[in-house]
Design a protein around this ligand. Structure first.
Ligand code: FES
Length: 363
């Protein structure tokens, strides 16, 4: 079928990949799945990762990251899930304009929010999600159940109403298929009278109650993956801290801060000294002048050096690099764990050099 809409990339940061929409699925009143013709072979990815979609609306380029809802282990075709955001240009465009047969330009898969799977693992994984934060977790759960046949998986999923529960019937089928290995619990904050499940806000105490009832001997030995708005992430983090779960066992992704709220990442720091940093990207070493207070990414883009990026808010990790020498400050980082920081990972969109010898490797 010849596509009616070709969504053009105006300023490429790297070669885009074209994906053809095979199917649109209305998951809930405000959530759709876009399933593509393409498969893992054309765009490799890991469960939990996202891709960046580029669209041109009224001659302006927008890029937004959307998590894969497909699993590389269980689904043939790539798919992403998109929740409509009030006032969100891109999500509304994808909901209202694109259709089956259209082509989207995307950047390759990225993101660190992904479990390392091993067929011999025998462990417990607990997933906590809120709203459309279920998308990467849906992908991960399918992969874990398929690969780690000795591991147990639990899901605690918060929504407002029953109509808002995404992938509800698939989770019910998975629970039947993997009885004894997978269990999930929905929590609704605005449940109707017909709802027989758990209702109320998913807060710190509710999470602790749930975890203490799981048939695992030591909740602190489980691995936790959390994807939710900021409030639920904080509640889950506090609950896990109270239960003395080591930080290394907690993995989280916050999607609430990236929903179309444009902030200027260059205005958040106090650093006022101008510096020059070196950045290696695609084998080329660039010298980039960073005026005091500006981020490395912003400075590079102003010099027309097209480094990779997407959200520009320190959320998506599309701009992830490794600081090989020198020191980079990232105020407000809530994405990279201490373990990742210790390995030298930095985000150029919120990173500012605080020494004169900064060398960053983006390859
Ligand atoms: S561009 Fe998204 S974290 Fe930097």
């Amino acid at each position: 079928m010849k596509p009616d809409i070709l969504i053009n990339l105006m300023i490429p940061m790297t070669n885009p990949i074209k994906l053809t929409i095979k199917e649109r699925i209305q998951e809930t009143p405000d959530t759709i799945t876009l399933r593509f013709e393409e498969t893992f072979d054309e765009l490799p990815y890991k469960s939990g990762q996202f891709l960046t979609v580029l669209v041109s609306i009224n001659q302006e380029e927008y890029r937004r990251e959307y998590s894969f809802s497909s699993s590389p282990q269980t689904d043939t075709n790539l798919s992403i899930c998109i929740k409509r955001v009030t006032g969100g240009k891109v999500s509304n465009y994808l909901h209202d304009v694109v259709k089956t047969g259209d082509i989207l330009n995307v950047f390759p898969a990225a993101g660190l929010f992904s479990p390392i799977l091993n067929i011999s693992n025998k462990r417990t994984l607990v997933f906590i999600a809120g709203g459309s934060g279920i998308t990467p977790i849906f992908s991960m759960i399918k992969s874990v159940l398929a690969i780690e046949q000795q591991s147990k998986v639990y899901l605690l999923y918060a929504n407002r109403t029953e109509n808002d529960i995404i992938f509800k019937s698939t989770f019910e089928s998975l629970q039947t298929k993997f009885s004894g290995r997978f269990n999930h619990l929905n929590v609704l904050s605005q449940a109707s009278e017909k709802w027989y499940g758990l209702s109320g806000r998913l807060d710190q105490d509710t999470i602790i109650d749930y975890l203490e009832q799981l048939p695992v001997i030591f909740p602190k030995e489980a691995n936790y993956y959390i994807c939710a708005p900021t409030g639920l992430i904080k509640a889950a983090q506090q609950a896990l801290t109270i239960l003395k779960v080591p930080a290394a066992n907690i993995h989280k992704e916050n999607f609430g801060s990236s929903n179309n709220q444009e902030i200027n990442p260059t205005n958040t720091g106090n650093e006022i000294i101008d510096r020059t940093v070196k950045v290696k990207y695609k084998g080329i070493i660039h010298s980039i002048f960073v005026a005091g207070g500006k981020s490395i990414l912003k400075s590079a883009l102003e010099e027309n050096i097209r480094l990779p990026f997407s959200c520009e808010k320190g959320v998506c990790t599309a701009c992830l690099g490794t600081c090989k020498t020198g020191k980079v400050e990232m105020k407000g980082n809530d994405t990279l764990s201490q373990n990742e920081l210790d390995k030298g990972y930095i985000l150029t969109c919120i990173g500012k050099p605080v020494s004169d010898d900064v060398f960053i490797d983006l390859d």
